[in-house]
Design a protein. Structure first.
Length: 224
């Protein structure tokens, strides 16, 4: 289709997937970025270094969010999954601001008594125009069944298009990896909930609407 989601904004924050890297990033959610190539939690969209977000060229309701964490309310996920562990950690994303760029926010969760063993990450990218966003969202939807351990469910009433699934292919460190991808105008946001220890059936059931509510409350704050 002539377009690639790789290295252009979505899931390019550079947080590692190995168990030690996961726990290291979750412990206080601190530290800097050394600028070296690093795979993010999803692994299929990565970049050597995250370029500063810049206005995209083209129509759409959104411009790249440069500081996502203040716009994200993790309260619904805290109630559904686990208490938070430390403050959220934000990064700007987008290797090619002419195509699309934005930012990401990672929040650690403490499901065990002593160690942070889960996290939720929100990625938002404003693509250069609505047509590009539509094409890339459709591509992500067509690719999702190759990653999913079950059904890919399209979600109505959330942005202009949305789907969710549990990823089982891309990461080996997490026992659960829930993903919700939402497009609204030229903006695409992805919410991930990942756990090193198995989530209960109730936690998974309650996580899905909490993830949707997180995006629903965030979108108006990101409109230009």
């Amino acid at each position: 289709m002539g377009l690639s989601r790789r290295g252009t904004g979505i899931r390019t924050a550079g947080w590692g997937t190995g168990a030690l890297l996961v726990l290291g990033s979750l412990a206080g959610c601190g530290g800097g970025d050394d600028g070296k190539a690093a795979a993010d939690a999803g692994g299929r969209r990565q970049t050597a270094s995250a370029a500063p977000a810049a206005p995209t060229n083209g129509p759409g309701d959104y411009r790249p969010p440069t500081d996502l964490c203040p716009k994200v309310d993790f309260g619904p996920l805290t109630a559904a999954v686990a208490p938070t562990d430390g403050p959220p950690k934000g990064k700007q994303t987008g290797a090619d601001p002419a195509m699309g760029s934005g930012s990401a926010c990672l929040q650690g969760f403490r499901m065990a008594e002593k160690l942070a063993d889960g996290r939720s990450t929100v990625y938002c990218t404003a693509w250069k125009d609505v047509a590009t966003a539509i094409k890339l969202h459709k591509y992500a939807l067509s690719s999702a069944p190759k990653e999913a351990g079950g059904a890919v469910v399209q979600v109505s009433g959330l942005g202009e298009a949305a789907f969710r699934y549990e990823n089982v292919k891309e990461t080996t460190a997490f026992l659960n990896d829930l993903r919700l991808v939402v497009r609204d105008s030229n903006l695409e946001c992805e919410v991930q909930v990942q756990s090193l220890n198995a989530l209960t059936g109730q936690q998974i059931t309650e996580a899905w609407p909490a993830m949707a509510e997180t995006v629903r409350a965030m979108l108006p704050k990101l409109r230009s």
